[in-house]
Every structure is written in structure tokens, then in C-alpha cells.
Design a binder for this molecule. Structure first.
Ligand code: SF4
Length: 236
């Protein structure tokens, strides 16, 4: 087993050099995990706040903090206008409350200043990268948070690159070695078909959790192994 991945190229170059790789990987993951159903989970502003709360903590903690926040305040306007200590105290169960409270308020205030309200539904009609650019202009909102909101709320074909997606795609060689996670958000869009972006995202995360773990990947039972450059640095 060699942990040094071989070369990999995005998009058309990847397809030229390793024909059919993307199709092969998506089919293997589909066989393992199925096709996830997409349905909007919650309003986009709620999703944005929840995703900020989920930074550097578990989904469970983030949900708990989100529920406490919406129970404490009657709406996003009240959150935006509240003393920062009150917001921090509401979300304390989610961790890093002192950083996340001002981040949430800054994002809400910027949305209101630009749009006159707190709704983000207009993003669903924009081109995916333009919508992502709009959101990443907000303080504390990076490409991962923006992509989560746009993929899960509107089904826009964007790839949130979390630690699992980054690790699995790097090991297989779907993205070039040592691509920083931030840049991988664009690389992934060249690699995966738009219409299968949600499926790719969900199944890569599931694969990272169940099979391709950080410390002890189960390559012996992984159907991607014949084409994975973590297993063979010159895999086709
Ligand atoms: S678990 Fe699969 S995808 Fe992960 S490194 Fe091993 S063969 Fe590659």
C-alpha cells in the first residue's frame, strides 16, 4: 500500500489521462450507498446560520445551538440587532460561541444592508458560481459554507469540499495532489457532472465516513481500489 498519490488533473485533462475514472467512481459509490434523494431541507437563511454554527463542531452540536437560537429570538432581525453577548449565550452549546455570534450577526446585517430583508431565495435563480460569489462576500462565509447552502437549499451544482470529500478525492486522484481544500471547490466542478453533483457530494462523504477513513482506510473491501492512486500510484 503506497500512501503517495500519483498525478491527477482536473476536468477534460483528467478524462484524457484516466478515461472513465469519474464514471467508474460514481458507479462504485452508487452501488455501495445508492442514490441520495435531494429535497430542500430548510429556508436558505436558516441553512446559512446552521452551517456557520457547524464550523469546527459536530452536526449534533450545531443543531442544538441552532434550535436554542431560534427559541431565544423571534426572527433573524432580532438576532441581527441583539447584543452580541445575548447571541453568544444562546449558541454556547455549539462551541466557539464568541467567534460564531459576531459572524452570524455580521452575515445577517450584510444580507439586510444589500437586500432590505433577510431572505436568500433570490440566490436560487442565479448561476451557481455567481451565487457562491455572492455568499462568500459575506464575512465569515467561505466556499464550503456557501456551497452547502446552495446545494442543499436549491440543488445548485456546487461541491462543498469538507474533510471527507477532500481526502477521498485526493486519494483516488480525482483532484491533483496537495490541492488546497479552498481551491478544490473549483476543481471539483470541472471533474463531476453537474447533474450528479449532489449524489457525488453525499456519497463521497459517506465513503469517507464508512470506508475511506483518515487513519485506516478499508482499501481491501473498497470497490474503488482498482483505480485508486492511494493503492497504486500509477492506477489507470
Ligand atoms: S478506501 Fe478506497 S478510495 Fe479510500 S484509499 Fe482505499 S481504495 Fe482508495
Amino acid at each position: 500500500m503506497n500512501p503517495v498519490p500519483g498525478s491527477a488533473l482536473p476536468g477534460a485533462a483528467l478524462e484524457r489521462e484516466r478515461p472513465g475514472l469519474v464514471t467508474f467512481v460514481l458507479a462504485a459509490l452508487r452501488d455501495l450507498y445508492g442514490v441520495p434523494d435531494w429535497a430542500p431541507r430548510r429556508p436558505p437563511t436558516d441553512e446559512l446560520v446552521l452551517t456557520i454554527l457547524s464550523q469546527h463542531t459536530s452536526d449534533l452540536n450545531a443543531e442544538r445551538a441552532f434550535n436554542a437560537l431560534v427559541a431565544r429570538f423571534p426572527g433573524w432581525d432580532a438576532v441581527a440587532r441583539a447584543p452580541v453577548e445575548a447571541v453568544a449565550s444562546a449558541i454556547v452549546g455549539g462551541g466557539l460561541a464568541q467567534q460564531k455570534a459576531p459572524r452570524i450577526q455580521a452575515a445577517l446585517r450584510q444580507i439586510h444592508a444589500e437586500r432590505g430583508d433577510y431572505a436568500l431565495d433570490f440566490l436560487g435563480t442565479m448561476e451557481p458560481r455567481e451565487a457562491r460569489d455572492w455568499l462568500t462576500r459575506l464575512d465569515g462565509v467561505g466556499p464550503k459554507t456557501a456551497s452547502v447552502v446552495l446545494l442543499f437549499c436549491f440543488g445548485l451544482p456546487l461541491m462543498p469540499v469538507d474533510t471527507h470529500v477532500h481526502r477521498v478525492t485526493s486519494r483516488i486522484g480525482l483532484i491533483p495532489p496537495r490541492t488546497p481544500a479552498e481551491r478544490a471547490h473549483d476543481t471539483a466542478l470541472e471533474v463531476f457532472p453537474r447533474e450528479r453533483m449532489y449524489e457525488a457530494h453525499v456519497n463521497l462523504i459517506t465513503h469517507g465516513r464508512r470506508t475511506c477513513s483518515a487513519r485506516n482506510p478499508a482499501c481491501g473491501r473498497c470497490p474503488v481500489a482498482p483505480r485508486c492512486r492511494y493503492v497504486d500510484p500509477v492506477a489507470p
